[in-house]
Design a protein. Structure first.
Length: 408
């Protein structure tokens, strides 16, 4: 049954690719390129993002949470940082919240292909009215007689959801984040799947062996190199787009909080750059393929007791649990450095070190040649191989939404 379910998921995710020719994929207007910061008046970033995307997609005849006519799918996932924005460690917690939001969105995408639901429920009623004393009852039973339940009602319900599948060609195309007050900073993302993303992910997975998709030429690298650091702070995940030659490329973004200790600041920045680069490369890897397993369960219990002495007792429990896991997978991905930068997060005031990498078809070919040379030259006799001060609770701030309508 599990194998059949995985096959259905794979079929639904990959079927749109077979229905389009390479030229049709290349001419699609679904690939994003630039982002701008927008302010949206809403209670939470998730609400603002939903409202913004609904309006933008409606102009293109598309909707959230459905398989659109061009095979594209848009879903939203959200998460809240564990660390308040005015405490150290916020940037790291923000990165975690982004990852949780992205994985939640991918789980919601897989659910559109079907999910296994297991459920059961039941209740039990009891009425036990006793008059007089049982002459055969023991002294202990007589003592407990005053608390015998004359009426009881029990109810229990269990619901469990399970979904699994290999997600390929999914990218975050719009992010909303902001301070909600009360130490509540939320990150909400919109993940998009499309046939052209799926085809491009397969090309990267094969090390650039295959046909590169072509589209309208764009000055994507120039725009990223000239982008202000204040805008780069809000850049997370990846950006699939086209280069000056009209070839599809993908940029990976990573950032890390810089923790200076008063001395050896250069070392602190070097470490942050290295961590940011690793995040950027991993974001491209997650775009190419991620094997997701998600489970969600809910258990509801209610109990009522009425005793013969006139007293009563009530008990209720609602237990909910959600777990999303991406299985460990390994891919050989050749990327090139585009830019490293430093900035300050406008809400937390934290120093941030950022790194941007890129996968291109040309660089993949050069990397294959370099790998061949290294393998030929290998020696056959060697084995390869802060101190926190007093703070106040955060207050409500503006919600930042990144992304343009033309990128959808």
């Amino acid at each position: 049954m599990k194998k059949l379910f995985v096959s259905i998921v794979t079929l639904i995710v990959t079927l749109p690719v077979l229905a389009q020719t390479p030229s049709e994929l290349a001419n699609s207007a679904a690939v994003q390129e630039t982002q701008n910061v927008q302010a949206e008046n809403a209670r939470f970033p998730e609400d603002a993002l939903t409202k913004s995307l609904t309006a933008s997609l409606a102009k293109q005849g598309k909707s959230l949470g459905v398989i659109n006519g061009d095979g594209s799918i848009y879903v939203i996932g959200s998460a809240t940082t564990a660390r308040p924005s005015n405490m150290s460690g916020f940037i790291n917690s923000r990165n975690v919240a982004y990852s949780i939001a992205e994985m939640t969105a991918k789980m919601n995408l897989l659910r559109m292909a079907g999910e296994q639901i297991t459920s059961g429920r039941g209740f039990q009623l009891l009425e036990d009215i006793v008059e007089g004393e049982d002459p055969d009852a023991s002294e202990k039973a007589k003592e407990l007689q005053n608390r015998n339940a004359v009426y009881s009602q029990d109810y229990e319900q269990k619901v469990k959801s399970f979904v699994t599948g290999l997600v390929q060609g999914c990218a975050v195309v719009r992010i909303a984040e902001g301070e909600c007050g009360g130490d509540d900073y939320q990150v909400s993302v919109c993940v998009k799947y499309s046939p052209e993303f799926q085809s491009f992910a397969s090309l990267i997975k094969n090390g650039g062996r295959g046909r590169i998709q072509m589209g309208s030429s764009r000055s994507s690298r120039e725009k990223i190199l000239s982008m202000k650091e204040a805008d780069l702070v809000y850049r997370l995940g990846v950006l699939p787009t086209y280069n000056e030659q009209g070839e599809m490329v993908i940029y990976g973004f990573g950032q890390q909080e810089v923790r200076e200790t008063g001395s050896r600041a250069s070392a602190a920045y070097s470490r942050a750059y290295s961590q940011a680069r690793l995040q950027a490369v991993n974001n491209i890897k997650n775009f190419v393929a991620e094997d997701i397993v998600a489970e969600e369960s809910m258990n509801s219990v209610e109990k009522l007791r009425e005793y013969n002495d006139g007293s009563n007792a009530y008990f209720s429990r609602q237990r909910w649990e959600q777990a999303v896991r991406a299985k460990a997978t390994t891919l050989n991905i050749a990327t090139e450095q585009v830019r490293q930068w430093t900035g300050v997060h406008p809400v937390s005031g934290t120093n941030v070190a950022g790194y941007i990498v890129c996968w291109t078809y040309k660089n993949a070919q050069q990397a294959n040649q370099l790998r061949q040379q290294l393998d030929n030259n290998r020696n056959p006799h060697r084995n390869s191989g802060a101190i926190n001060g007093a703070r106040q609770q955060t207050t409500r701030g503006k919600i930042i939404i990144t992304g343009e309508e033309e990128d959808l």
